[in-house]
Design a protein around this ligand. Structure first.
Ligand code: TRP
Length: 367
């Protein structure tokens, strides 16, 4: 559950194959180098990462990032998981069902093996000193730089809001405050977050140059996120009704997977480029049972979509059985679950206050 699986190392990297660009190879060798350094000195790393509380975490999150956090924790890295509640209002007017989503995230983290004795979970709105870093940090980036951020541009293009808020444009700066308030130096995220990490590195570097050394320049740890499609054939997403949530029961999971889009060819193969829907289901099964997706597809052969869906449902439900049992246990004790967040908020406050003191000290005139 916590190591790189056969299925992952063989075929889940969306850029794997003959067409790897030089840039991708550079990224891979940088990731391998970081992994070596982490293995040598796990205590030298502090991870900061998080999930917006805008819905239930799903299988895409699980294989893309969640189990990697548990792996890093188990290696001895200081893992801090942020529930970035203020980020919810970057692309929507209000934060709906925040309490419910936050409880859900906490249950998922605990059931997956995030251990509150070793790792920390906190939320933005409970840490004033973090939010205060936003002011000096905003002074370190230009409006042109903010306007150029490709991930923000994409979010603006797909936003359901009619105007672009100041927060939409500046939340990457706030994300720098997330990371730098606790001096995280390792940020495991997907490729879409790379521009934000560049903002963080720029802010850290400029602050250090202008006022003296305070911040690390954090490294991004790119996850080889498998591309799992939602049941409607588009990217699996928390806020679209197309995901298989981790919190779903075995029956709900079976129903959701049964409704997944496939194609007319009865012969099952693994070929993401030409058969994205079928291949995504094959890949999901392969990830769950730690097998090569080509082999999984070959075994289903002419069984068609029905056999494929049976295979993937059994694989998912088998893989998640222990997780679900643990999640159900934690769900009986929400008082405990919420106390984990309270303790995490306390630690995050202590870290952020120390950092803010250092920032004021470095900047001189401010108190
Ligand atoms: N922007 C991230 C996302 O949408 C969530 C996030 C907020 C984050 N603050 C962070 C991730 C700090 C890593 C580090 O998924």
């Amino acid at each position: 559950m916590t190591t790189t699986t056969a299925a992952e190392s063989r075929s889940t990297d969306p850029v794997a194959g003959e067409n790897r660009s030089t840039e991708n190879r550079t990224v891979d060798s940088r990731t391998a180098d970081l992994e070596r350094r982490i293995a040598q000195d796990p205590g030298g790393f502090r991870v900061l990462t998080g999930d917006r509380p805008t819905g239930a975490l799903h299988l895409g999150h699980y294989f893309g990032s969640l189990r990697n956090r548990v792996r890093l924790q188990d290696l001895g890295v200081d893992v801090i998981v942020l529930i970035p509640d203020y980020q919810v209002i970057t692309d929507r007017d209000t934060a709906e069902r925040l309490g419910e989503y936050t409880d859900g995230l906490l249950l998922d983290y605990l059931a997956l093996g995030i251990d509150p004795a070793r790792s920390t979970v906190f939320c933005h709105s409970a840490v004033p000193a973090l939010n205060q870093l936003m002011l000096p940090f905003l002074s370190l980036v230009s409006v042109a730089e903010l306007n150029r951020n490709p991930t923000v541009k994409d979010e603006i293009a797909h936003s359901r809001q009619s105007t672009v808020s100041g927060l939409m444009l500046t939340y990457p700066v706030h994300q720098a405050a997330d990371i730098l308030s606790c001096k995280g130096n390792l940020v495991p995220v997907g490729r879409d977050q790379a521009p934000h990490l560049e903002v963080t590195r720029t802010i850290a570097r400029r602050f250090n140059e202008r006022y003296g050394q305070v911040f690390p320049e954090p490294d991004i740890l790119l996850s080889a996120a498998p591309l799992l499609l939602g049941t409607d054939g588009t990217k699996m997403s928390k806020s679209r009704a197309n995901s298989v949530p981790l919190s779903a029961t075995a029956d709900e999971t079976a129903r959701l997977l049964k409704s997944a889009t496939t194609d007319a060819d009865r012969h099952i193969t693994y070929d993401p480029a030409t058969r994205p829907n079928v291949s995504s289901l094959v890949l999901l099964a392969a990830l769950c049972i730690d097998r090569d997706p080509h082999e999984v597809a070959a075994e289903i052969g002419d069984g068609g979509a029905a056999a494929l869906k049976r295979t993937v449902t059994d694989a998912v439900n088998g893989h998640l059985a222990t997780f679900r049992a643990r999640r159900a246990e934690y769900a009986k004790d929400l008082t405990y679950v919420r106390s984990v967040l309270r303790a995490g908020n306390e630690r995050a406050n202590a870290l952020a206050e120390t950092t803010l003191d250092e920032v004021r000290e470095a900047m001189g005139a401010f108190r």
